[in-house]
Design a protein around this ligand. Structure first.
Ligand code: NDP
Length: 481
């Protein structure tokens, strides 16, 4: 069986303990690879390598760091088919999605930061003829990067690329549930000739490897994407150590659909924003608030379009909904559907597992699920489910829609559908979220700030915000007379 290896000090190595974890294929429910069950000793080895590499890497001219990143981007592009297949097998997502979104975006992340660093400048503050201040932006040191399983290579590279571009060296941990493309990336980094120790990947469990990274005194900053409960735990460990922290956490995103919207455009995009990647994108809109005058029409049309989405084997071209990521996650989603029914909700479609034939009969499939009749403040409408489940709720006024949208502890993203310009701006101003999409979804310009408010996170990724995070500003004041 294939063994995934750690990438430490420029080489692929087994975990020091020589213990391994099973890696499951969600589409069949079968183990297909082994993952290092690494521990604090492996993190320490990665840290020693990263610390040693920092002196040279942080001083390397940015053009040279850029060239390495662009080379990695090119290699990802060249290996698109192989990486997309690996991502689909490891995560359960449709191959088509991995090929058109996940892997191209991972290449784009390296490409973007490989070029952004060339244009990164710092400010000067003149005190007329008394003094001049200028700001040095210096890489912080060894960065800890921890990422989740839903967009494995995409989100992993979204952290690693700006860290490396800024001149940090990295100790990273991908999710143990989807480690394969990070492993393949380590092979590409070797092929790109990335200097040893600059980038290290330690595979294994969050409470062991993740915790060892977060609590390591020699890792002064941590960039984390994952669940809010894990983020809270990480913050409690990192805060007394005065680490820089970037936390991209969960969401419970609202769609506000007004009767004056472009109905067809709204309908096709809402199908995407509800069920892309089996609803396992932190930006998916899972609470659909619909103006009452179009509620019944929306419900009928939406349910009929959802019924046409094919749940199937991820590698099949026609599959729209693949497998969810794990058995535990499938059970969690089904438990929320049961909760919704206990809370008085009516399942309009879906609500159950889907059993495929043959070798896929044990895969983790769930029918896309639409529920109505729930109070906006019940648990189903307040807690993150992170699966192919959405709720429908009618509203009468803009104020009511806004209040319901803002009622959760989360504040990551929001989607507004209206053709009324003033309403769009008014709502964008008032919604509690880090990102508001008007008449679109998942349209991303990598220069824009990315992140959430409230329990959805602390800090921003994207553009120069990420380069700011991985560098420390130092003010230098020169007296002129
Ligand atoms: P988790 O919080 O369970 O895990 C995220 C990462 O943290 C994994 O690598 C995990 O390892 C690791 N980890 C777990 N426990 C610890 C710990 N105690 N110390 C350090 N690291 C730890 O999230 P999921 O992987 O389940 O991802 C889904 C969540 O991510 C959802 O809530 C989703 O909303 C959120 N998310 C947020 C995004 C954003 O940009 N705001 C984007 C994408 C997802 P292991 O896998 O081994 O448990």
């Amino acid at each position: 069986m294939q063994k995934i290896l750690n990438y430490i000090n420029g080489v692929l190595v087994e975990p020091q303990s020589n213990t391994w974890l099973d890696n499951y294929k969600p589409s069949t429910g079968k183990v297909y690879a082994l993952i290092p069950d690494s521990d604090a000793n492996d993190v320490e080895a990665a840290h020693v390598a990263a610390k040693a590499a920092f002196a040279d890497w942080s001083q390397l001219p940015k053009e040279k760091r850029s060239a390495y990143l662009l080379k990695i981007a090119q290699l990802i592009d060249l290996n698109l088919d192989k990486l997309a297949l690996a991502e689909s097998i490891d995560n359960g997502k449709p191959l088509k999605l991995a090929k058109t979104v996940d892997i191209p975006r991972a290449a784009a992340n390296f490409h973007f930061y490989g070029t952004a660093i060339l244009h990164y400048a710092s400010e000067a503050h003149s005190m007329e003829d008394t003094a001049i201040n200028y700001t040095l932006r210096q890489p912080v040191g060894v960065a800890g990067c921890i990422s989740p399983w839903n967009l494995p290579l995409y989100l992993f590279s979204w952290k690693v690329a700006p860290a490396l571009a800024a001149g940090c060296t990295v100790v990273a941990k991908p999710s143990e549930i989807t480690p394969m493309t990070a492993y393949l990336l380590s092979e590409l980094c070797i092929e790109a000739g990335l200097p040893k120790g600059v980038f290290n990947i330690v595979h294994g469990l969050g409470p062991k490897v993740g915790n060892a990274i977060v609590s390591h005194p020699g890792i002064p900053l941590v960039s984390f994407t994952g669940g809010t409960a894990t983020g809270k735990q990480i913050a409690s460990i990192a805060a007394p150590l005065f680490k820089k922290l970037s936390l991209e956490l969960g969401g419970k995103n609202a769609n506000l659909i007004f009767a004056d919207c472009d109905y067809e455009k709204m309908m096709s995009t809402t199908l995407q924003s509800s069920f892309a990647n089996q609803g396992q994108i932190c930006l998916c809109g899972s609470r659909l608030f619909i103006e009452r005058s179009i509620y019944e029409k929306f419900k009928t049309d939406f349910v009929s379009r959802v019924n046409a989405l094919k749940v199937g084997e991820p590698l099949e071209e026609t599959t729209k909904i693949g497998a969810v990521v794990s058995l535990a996650h499938q059970e969690k989603i089904l438990s929320y559907i049961a909760l919704a029914q206990q809370e008085g909700g009516t399942v309009l479609t879906g609500g159950h597992k889907v059993e495929l034939d043959g070798e896929h009969s044990q895969g983790y499939y769930i029918a896309p699920t639409v529920i109505e009749g729930l109070a906006y403040d019940c648990r189903t409408n307040q807690e993150e489910i992170f699966g192919p489940v959405v709720t429908l709720t009618p509203f009468d006024t803009e104020e009511e829609a806004l209040a319901m949208a803002n009622s959760t502890p989360y504040g990551l993203a929001s989607i507004v559908w209206t053709e009324q310009l003033t309403r769009a701006h008014r709502l964008a101003n008032q919604i509690h979220a880090g990102i508001v999409w008007i008449n679109c979804w998942l349209l991303r310009d990598l220069r824009t700030p990315f992140g959430g408010v409230k329990a959805s996170g602390v800090g921003r990724e994207g553009g120069f915000e990420a380069l700011d995070f991985f560098t420390e500003p130092k003010n230098v004041c020169i007296k002129l007379k």
